[in-house]
Write a protein that binds this ligand. Structure first.
Ligand SMILES: [Zn+2]
Length: 309
């Protein structure tokens, strides 16, 4: 079966050997991403449902505008053979999101939509530091950790949210220094995100997706960690392990569901734990892509504090 990842690969290839189309593509993506980042700055409060719906509408308008502009400027730039090759592939992938790119009729449309929309989730990874976060929540913390830094038997929900994001951020930084590990994990998560977003859309129940996450951990992530064991052995995982231990004390049961496997699964565990939350920006972005629209999330207080930004 052909997947959307394969289409993205095909589009990249077609653009690589078509410099004029690639230049058009690049310029429109850059403008679109800029607009999405500016939009996110205007709508910073995820607890405001009306504002979030407006954000979705405006984000949709930016994608629509980018796609139309691309059609106008790039539709004559591809050879008939290239268009035929692309059409033959993309029309075999199910799903409304890919279907929308196929209907555009110009190779590169899927990559364009994906690149413009992903500016949203990239923009969200602006976690400063665990220290700053704990200081911010000290007034609400019920377990004492945020004020005393003495590790309690179990973290309160706010501290649980803080240490989870800190772990995920640390994991990102570690992985960024190991390109092969990073790209292999990316492939594992690309498929998994589709599956998890579909489950979140259908049930809205975080516990329903734990089997999918366990599978991903047992098979996908472990395989990457084993394959690149030598490369990973050269990385400094001290802080990653400390934060992994701290997250064992999380009060979020969906997060700790597989906590006893984290040390064995290795790098990728933090991201996998994070995907348990429906308000996670990656899951949100993927749900919108699959459903065409994002259902209004019902975030808890701690999710409101930690989601999006
Ligand atoms: Zn606390």
């Amino acid at each position: 079966m052909i997947t959307s990842i394969e289409i993205l690969g095909t589009e990249e290839l077609l653009l690589q050997r078509n410099p004029r189309a690639a230049a058009v593509h690049q310029a429109i993506v850059a403008r679109g991403r800029e607009a999405v980042i500016a939009l996110n700055e205007r709508f910073a409060d995820p607890s405001d449902d009306t504002a979030m719906k407006r954000l979705d509408t405006e984000l949709e308008a930016i994608v629509e505008r980018s796609v139309s502009e691309y059609v106008r400027q790039a539709s004559g730039l591809f050879s008939a053979e290239d268009v035929d090759l692309w059409t033959a592939k993309i029309t075999r992938v199910p799903g409304t999101y890919v279907g929308r790119a196929a209907a555009v009729g110009v190779p590169g449309a899927l990559l364009l939509m994906e690149s413009v929309e992903s500016a949203e989730s990239d923009e969200n990874t602006t976690f400063v530091s665990l220290d700053d976060t704990l200081s911010n929540i000290a007034g609400y913390c019920q377990c004492g950790y945020a004020t005393s830094r003495i590790v309690p038997r179990q973290l309160c929900r706010l501290c649980s949210g803080g240490v989870l994001i800190a772990w995920r951020t640390e994991e990102n930084q570690v992985i960024a220094t190991a390109p092969k590990v990073r790209s292999e994990l990316h492939a594992v998560f690309e498929e998994l995100l589709d599956e998890l977003a579909t489950i979140h859309l259908a049930t809205g129940d975080a516990s329903a997706e734990t089997p999918a996450r366990r599978r991903a951990g047992n098979a996908g992530i472990t395989r990457v960690n084993e394959t690149y064991a030598e490369e990973i052995a050269m990385l400094d995982l001290t802080r990653w392990r400390e934060l992994s231990d701290l997250n064992q004390l999380s009060q979020i049961t969906a997060v700790t569901a597989h906590a006893k496997h984290w040390s064995q699964w290795g790098l990728g565990s933090a991201r996998l734990a994070m995907l348990a939350m429906q308000s996670d920006p990656e899951i949100q972005a993927r749900m919108r892509r699959i459903a065409g629209s994002r259902p209004a999330p019902k975030p808890s207080l701690f999710e409101r504090l930690f989601s999006r930004r």
